[in-house]
Design a protein around this ligand. Sequence first.
Ligand SMILES: Nc1nc2c(ncn2[C@@H]2O[C@H](COP(=O)(O)OP(=O)(O)OP(=O)(O)O)[C@@H](O)[C@H]2O)c(=O)[nH]1
Ligand SMILES: [Mg+2]
Length: 230
Amino acid sequence: MSDSEEESQDRQLKIVILGDGASGKTSVAMRFAQEAFGKQYKQTVGLDFFMKRIMLPGNLNVTLQVWDIGGQTIGGKMLDKYIYGAQGVLLVYDITNYQSFENLEDWYAMVKKVNKESDSQPFVALVGNKTDLEHMRTVKTDKHQRFCQENGLGSYFVSAKTGDSVFLCFQRIAADILGIKLNKAEMEQSQVELSSTQKQPGFGAHAQDVPHGGRVDPGVQMERGRKSQS
Ligand SMILES: Nc1nc2c(ncn2[C@@H]2O[C@H](COP(=O)(O)OP(=O)(O)OP(=O)(O)O)[C@@H](O)[C@H]2O)c(=O)[nH]1
Ligand SMILES: [Mg+2]
């Protein structure tokens, strides 16, 4: 089988990241796709795209198309179009910013509105970011858990800064979408691999960055698209 035939068998999943401005959506996507983190805040205008190929148990290659939506798009006319067709949604808040947690109600309402008439519903996960700032936490974990239970959401606590649980979060949501069960060893393995790839930026034993369209080119580290809200 030729390379292109193999690639065409890759599954592609659309994952949308939603939440207030400065909650860390771009940082989470960048940590996942590029194993990088920037301290400087640069607001996302409209949306950005990240692509990353991961491998799930059974040698299943999956390309995650991550739609990083700017926090300012809430209330804008493009938001429902960005959400449309997503198989996975990450609702991201900053654990040190209570307002960012409260406002997830509005973001989640948009997700429900867009999918109201759709046959298939996306997997939605609640993601508390910035766990490296635990000492500044203002959102109690039981509030987080209750929101998950009431709405049947996946639950994650991550730090885009340290990378803690970021890969695991994307890996598990991809596995959930595809109905694949990950055992404990596989989840732990992904953490080990993430920490080893952090020492060697750009090269992961388990995951490769791919440009748009799912075409794998080892010479291309990452390609990001930018689209402004019109
Ligand atoms: N300490 C800490 N800072 C973080 C973390 N994640 C993001 N930040 C910082 O928080 C700020 C906002 O991060 P962004 O990723 O740009 O936030 P965003 O949600 O994409 O914001 P918009 O594009 O405006 O919607 C930046 O200064 C980041 O460096 C984290 O896990 N820990
Ligand atoms: Mg952003």
